[in-house]
Design a protein around this ligand. Structure first.
Ligand SMILES: NC(=O)c1ccc[n+]([C@@H]2O[C@H](COP(=O)([O-])OP(=O)(O)OC[C@H]3O[C@@H](n4cnc5c(N)ncnc54)[C@H](O)[C@@H]3O)[C@@H](O)[C@H]2O)c1
Length: 470
């Protein structure tokens, strides 16, 4: 099929590359001319593992190109995906201006030549599908008023569940595909588009073998509104689950239990599940915070106060401050002290810094008069470019960052930090204090290495204290 993907960010570029890999002919469109120019040169404006290789194979299979011109691409396409950003507005509501502009542009490009499906992949509040349809009609009326009745299209919602860092595997081997539409023809077109995925009928890339036993992917067909809600429900559930783990961890710390042990103990219950139960310094990223706020806003429009979601947001905000409190407990005074941040990206394997806890932590430390050194294997150039006001000293390596520091904070659990030589780290520091914001290290091993270790929700009590008989 001929496909246009509007927006070449984390979602659009991966979606375009995967669809072309499956054999569709894809054009990716963006208003950002610099991004398009780098993609045309074969350079990636974002970091996503294996995306360069996949794009090369996508070009050789279905074919993929990049342009700033929406009209010719949309006119030629059977399916047009909207994958533009939907950042939070001042009141928490999703800013739909990019979506609106894309929808108007598609409407203006549509003619009677073919049936088209316009698919919303951006995360958008309930009712956005209807908004897109209205804007498409407006676009048609503005450019081809006489053809309005002859131009046929369907609108669908196809929420995206990929995770940055493993976005290609998530796209080629998804756990489900959700299609929301009331238009039978649109549904059939999209079923066809996704058939190679739902039936797993494609040769996997050599570097990403198909998971053992995967023979098909469930396709969940729903109404437009349900599909829009599914995405919000999924993200707010995951954010709440992490918030729950953090809340329990905070109680564990006070009563002398170990949150890691507690989460293992509850996670083995199949009704609970072990994933997304890691206590730490809280979630970040471009989605959870914005999606909770957007759903709260929607609920508010209907006069409903979603208390659980409000709490999830509040718990997460407070969680980020815990690192500062722990540093103050250890060092008392932060003014003039040097704190090393290990990791800046909101999670490993991405350069994405949107709503990253590292930024708030760095900002607060600088406000309190501390000096901040940082090392991240991938996100330092993005951090430097996006946050010039943060006077962070960027370092060449983790050990370089901790050298002469009064304390180190593990912010992002990058794989290379797992194998860090903790004894060497302790020896290099002015004060060997480690706040493990992701509970990455074994407290006892860290202590043996000479570190004054604090995790999140991890008791410092001795594990087996012999009882004294009076
Ligand atoms: N990043 C994720 O992990 C993820 C996962 C699932 C869903 N989502 C959702 O997908 C959407 C896109 O997210 P993202 O992270 O890829 O965003 P992004 O900010 O990385 O990319 C959005 C792109 O859209 C472009 N754009 C804006 N207006 C445009 C227009 N009118 N025409 C063409 N291009 C335009 C921007 O220039 C930008 O390159 C959001 O709604 C997000 O919530 C994101």
């Amino acid at each position: 099929m001929r496909v246009t993907v509007i927006g070449t960010g984390y979602v659009g570029t991966v979606t375009g590359a995967c669809l072309a890999y499956l054999g569709h002919r894809v054009t990716c469109v963006d208003v950002d001319a610099d991004k398009i120019a780098s993609l045309q040169r074969g350079e990636l404006p974002i970091y996503e593992p294996r995306l360069s290789e996949l794009l090369r194979e996508a070009a050789a299979r279905g074919g993929i190109d990049f342009t700033t011109e929406l009209a010719p691409a949309a006119a030629e396409s059977d399916v047009i995906f909207i994958a533009v950003g939907t950042p939070p507005g001042p009141g928490g509501e999703a800013n739909l201006s990019y979506l609106e502009s894309a929808a108007r542009g598609i409407g203006a490009a549509m003619d009677a030549g073919r049936f088209r499906v316009v698919v919303n992949k951006s995360t958008v509040p309930v009712g956005s599908g209807n908004l897109v349809e209205a804007l498409l009609r407006e676009g048609i009326r503005d450019t081809r008023p006489s053809e309005e009745k002859k131009i046929h299209f369907g609108v669908a919602s196809n929420p995206e569940f990929l995770r940055e860092g493993c976005a290609i595997a998530d796209s080629l081997y998804p756990e489900r595909i959700v299609l929301g539409t009331e238009d039978e023809r649109a549904l059939e077109t999209l079923r066809e588009l996704y058939r190679p995925l739902t039936e797993q009928r494609f040769d996997p890339p050599p570097y990403l073998p198909r998971p053992a036993g995967l023979t098909s992917v469930p396709l969940v067909a729903t109404t437009l509104t349900s599909a829009e809600m599914i995405k919000y429900a999924a993200n707010t559930f995951l954010a709440t689950k992490i918030g729950f783990a953090n809340e329990i961890a905070n109680i564990c710390e006070r009563v002398g239990a170990d949150a890691k042990e507690v989460m293992t103990g509850i996670g083995l219950d199949s009704r609970i599940g072990s994933r997304f139960l890691n206590a730490g310094l809280g979630w970040g990223g471009s989605c959870f915070g914005k999606d909770i706020q957007s759903l709260l806003h929607t609920a508010g429009e209907y006069g409903y106060q979603a208390r659980l979601l409000e709490a999830a947001l509040a718990v997460n905000r407070a969680q980020r401050q815990i690192v500062i409190q722990k540093l103050q407990e250890k060092l008392f005074i932060l003014k003039g002290r040097t704190i090393a941040l290990l990791g800046l990206a909101f999670k490993p394997d991405t350069d994405d810094l949107r709503d990253a806890p590292s930024l708030q932590i760095a900002e607060r430390l600088l406000q309190l008069g501390a000096r901040v050194k940082a090392y991240d294997p991938i996100a330092m150039p993005a951090c430097r470019a996006q946050n010039p006001e943060l006077k962070i000293q960027y370092c060449e390596s983790a050990l370089d960052a901790v050298r002469d520091a009064n304390a180190a904070v593990l912010v992002t659990e990058w794989a290379e930090f797992r194998t860090l030589d903790l004894a060497q780290m302790a020896a290099l520091m002015q004060q060997p204090i480690l706040v493990d914001g992701r509970n990455l290290y074994d407290p006892e091993a860290a202590a043996r290495a000479g570190l004054d270790y604090t995790g999140i929700g991890r008791s410092t009590r001795q594990r087996v204290t012999p009882m004294r008989v009076p």
